[in-house]
Design a protein around this ligand. Structure first.
Ligand code: B12
Length: 217
């Protein structure tokens, strides 16, 4: 059996090397080794995407390479996902989730979605590049407790402020969670969001905290 560190490196390298078969194989090794699949997602596949981000910034990788890396990440995720333990069958709450208008990045948002579903939330995923109007329609149509918004660019992140304003105006008791690479706790506070998480590993705890806070307000 390979040590965890070695398997995490294989997952990382498979993402960076856009090796779909390698990512799936390393993911299987992780499961066969009895390791935690979440560890593989957070410290293998996601860490690989961080390296891809650095290579993209240095202009060593361009959009086509990044998309191939994302495919490799998905191949690993497909193997790991069924092994994540659902915490309960009871629905803790309903959350409307999407990537903000103008922004097509959805890899992180999809991991957040998966964690929320496993954590017991009913997730209404609106996808990426979601106009504010779509969030408003879904808010009116459902009895959601929370709205989760992802933004990966500094430019699109600015659009979150008006989206949060719109949610608070129409449904003051709906909590808003935000996240994505450029978002910080300070920005979340400045934009009047109720919650923030910098990693999908913390998102369920934060969603529960926000739900309790808005309900008791
Ligand atoms: C993959 C990627 C792409 C892919 C997206 C594929 C897809 N389906 O998502 C493609 C190739 C399409 C792409 C396109 C572009 N990209 Co791009 N991309 C990236 C890259 C390399 C990785 C992002 C990623 O998936 N990370 C892995 C995931 C797992 O991490 P994450 O998204 O941060 O998510 C975690 C947390 O943030 C958090 N989280 C995320 N969302 C949420 C939501 C909530 C509610 C909560 C609580 C938490 C949370 O939990 C997640 C899981 O742990 C980043 C670099 C980087 N360092 O981020 C650039 C990056 C985001 N891209 C960038 C740019 C500029 C672009 C383009 C404009 C490039 C171009 N010239 O065409 C276009 C944008 C088009 C558009 N209109 O959106 C810049 C943004 C710069 C900025 N600060 O504004 C970055 C930072 C690269 C860079 N350094 O220049 N990109």
């Amino acid at each position: 059996m390979l040590p965890l560190e070695e398997i995490l490196k294989k997952l990382h390298d498979a993402v960076v090397g856009f090796d779909e078969a390698g990512a799936a194989q390393a993911a299987r090794l992780l499961i066969e080794g009895g390791y935690d699949p979440l560890e593989g997602i957070m410290h293998g596949l996601s860490t690989g995407m961080d390296t891809v981000g650095a290579l993209f910034k240095q202009q060593e990788y361009f959009v086509p390479e990044v998309l191939l890396c994302a495919e490799a990440m998905n191949a690993g995720m497909e193997v790991l996902r069924p092994h994540l333990q659902a915490s309960s069958t009871r629905t803790l709450g309903t959350i409307i989730l999407g990537t903000v208008q103008g922004d097509v990045h959805d890899i992180g948002k999809n991991i957040v979605k998966m964690m929320l579903e496993i954590g017991g939330f009913d997730v209404h995923d609106l996808g990426n590049n979601v106009p504010h109007k779509r969030f408003a329609e879904e808010l009116a149509r459902t009895d959601a407790d929370l709205v989760g918004v992802s933004a990966m660019m500094t430019t699109t992140m600015m659009g979150m402020r008006s989206l949060i304003g719109m949610v608070k105006e129409t449904k003051p008791h709906v909590g808003v969670l935000i996240g994505g690479a450029p978002v910080t706790r300070e920005i979340a506070k400045m934009f009047n969001a109720d919650g923030y998480a910098d990693s999908a590993a913390d998102v369920v705890g934060e969603a529960k905290r926000v739900m309790a806070a808005v309900k008791s307000a």
